[in-house]
Design a protein around this ligand. Structure first.
Ligand code: LLP
Length: 432
């Protein structure tokens, strides 16, 4: 569910007409719904209520300070992957003691910073990392809380670029190696073995792979917990969302279809996993990113030109792959709707950006209502892995971001001024 819907034929976010935001903030513009964010967080939190648990929002999905703050206010913890993300959490008022630090390449400086901040756990991805964290902790005369990320070698059947739980991936330590690695870690004086972690992939739309992975790993978690007094088991993130409502709900009228058929709801997820996890008596962590923020954000763009080539109808918009790279990178589907709903015939269209690459598209051959210069379109489900993956390619400034709460809207990131793009660059003296 989300809070983007038509009122009187105009697209709204909660009670605010998107057109009014376009007039005030321009385009391309990311718009986030605070209510959708809190609603998704709470649904998950409530579904997991029978467990001693902590929801750790995966900051990589959307690291805007306002998004982090919204979730921190709900009591969320955070899954971070860099010093930058930890600094963002702190800047937004989040609690470092509720942070877990993942990633295969943590630097010494990052480890030191995180240790000083007192994070909840380092999720370790290799044996050299174990040794490095122990060394840094010893130097600081601290004890580093750690969990090892176990790679369960389970194929989550998601996109190749976002599968993480098989031995073809760089992530985690192989299931068969885990006991040996814990034995080794237990001998390192400046480590405290606090938990075990897994994450099998992203955008999973069925509960089965989660169930398989938990069934495979939980006995190991219980055994290690017994032996080393572990406190938690993290089941990672990966809950998928509905990107294509027509496909997933059987109705193209997504705003009239509150319950999509194929979506993996927190209730379905919990109904399968809670009974499995509960007997272990461990604290359960979950690291959702996309589920919380994916459908809480849209990217609004202006139609600049409509170019008919005889074979094709290109709708050229002012947003591009530098603003939202998912279609170019993963061939992913984002629903595209006009800010003003119109009747009339649909035209097969390619919605494309102005960047000089054929990969700069948002959809191909998709039936869309007729639009013309100056109309606006919204790319839905752009809240996760949207703005955070943006770049300055083609020296395009980063888009603005707005947060809506009921009938209020506030800028949560100003559009990047162009001169800022090259402000850290310089020309060496010998060229002058
Ligand atoms: N925990 C770990 C260890 C992860 O690697 C990830 C995502 C998550 C949690 C959060 O996963 P989520 O709940 O959001 O599925 N850029 C890609 C997605 C990359 C996901 C990377 N890891 C996309 O746009 O689809």
């Amino acid at each position: 569910m989300h809070d983007f819907h038509y009122v009187g034929g105009r697209l709204h976010c909660e009670r605010v007409a998107i057109e009014s935001l376009v007039n005030k903030f321009g385009t391309p513009l990311y718009v986030y719904s605070q209510h959708t964010l809190t609603d998704h967080f709470q649904k998950l939190d409530i579904a997991l209520a029978p467990l001693n648990h902590l929801v750790c929002f995966a900051v990589k999905a959307n690291s805007n300070l306002a998004v982090i703050r919204t979730l921190a206010n709900q009591g969320s913890g955070f899954d971070i992957v860099s010093e930058g993300e930890l600094r963002r959490v702190i800047a937004a008022g989040g609690d470092p003691r509720k942070c877990v630090f993942a990633g295969v390449g943590k630097t010494e400086a990052e480890i030191e910073f995180a240790l000083r901040q007192g994070i909840y756990s380092f999720n370790i991805e290799s044996e050299p990392e174990l040794a490095r964290i122990n060394r840094v902790a010893a130097r600081l005369k601290k004890t580093a809380p750690i969990a090892v990320r176990v790679n369960p070698n389970i194929d989550a059947h998601t996109h190749a670029k976002i599968t993480t739980g098989t031995y073809e991936n760089k992530f985690g330590i192989a299931f068969e190696q885990i006991e040996r690695v814990y034995a080794r870690a237990s001998r390192l004086k400046n480590l405290r073995l606090r938990g075990l972690q897994m994450h099998i992939g992203s955008q999973l739309t069925e509960v089965k792979p989660f169930e398989q992975a938990v069934k495979k790993i939980l006995p190991l978690a219980a055994k290690l917990a017994d032996k080393y007094d572990l406190e938690f088991f993290s089941v990672g993130g990966g809950l998928g969302i509905v990107y294509n409502p027509a496909l997933d709900s059987g109705s193209p009228e997504w705003w009239q279809t509150p319950v999509a058929k194929k979506i993996l709801t927190p209730a379905t997820y919990a109904a399968t996993l809670v009974p499995l996890l509960q007997p272990a008596g461990l604290r359960i962590l979950i690291e959702p990113g996309r589920f919380i923020v994916g459908n809480a954000g849209i990217l609004v763009t202006r139609v600049e030109f409509v170019k008919r080539t005889g074979r094709k109808n290109f709708v050229i918009v002012d947003a591009a792959m530098n603003d939202l790279i998912r279609p170019a990178f993963y061939d992913s589907y984002h629903e595209i709707v006009p800010l003003r709903r119109k009747g009339g015939a649909m035209t097969e269209s390619d919605v494309v950006g102005p960047i000089c690459e054929s990969g700069d598209f948002f959809c191909k051959n998709r039936p869309l209502a007729k639009v013309g210069e100056g109309d606006h379109l919204a790319l839905l489900s752009a809240g996760a892995y949207g703005f955070v993956m943006a770049s300055n390619y083609n020296s395009r400034g980063l888009a603005a971001e707005v947060l809506v709460n009921g009938n209020r809207a506030a800028s949560v990131r100003e559009r990047q001024p162009l001169a800022e793009i090259w402000k850290s660059e310089s020309v060496p003296a010998w060229l002058k």
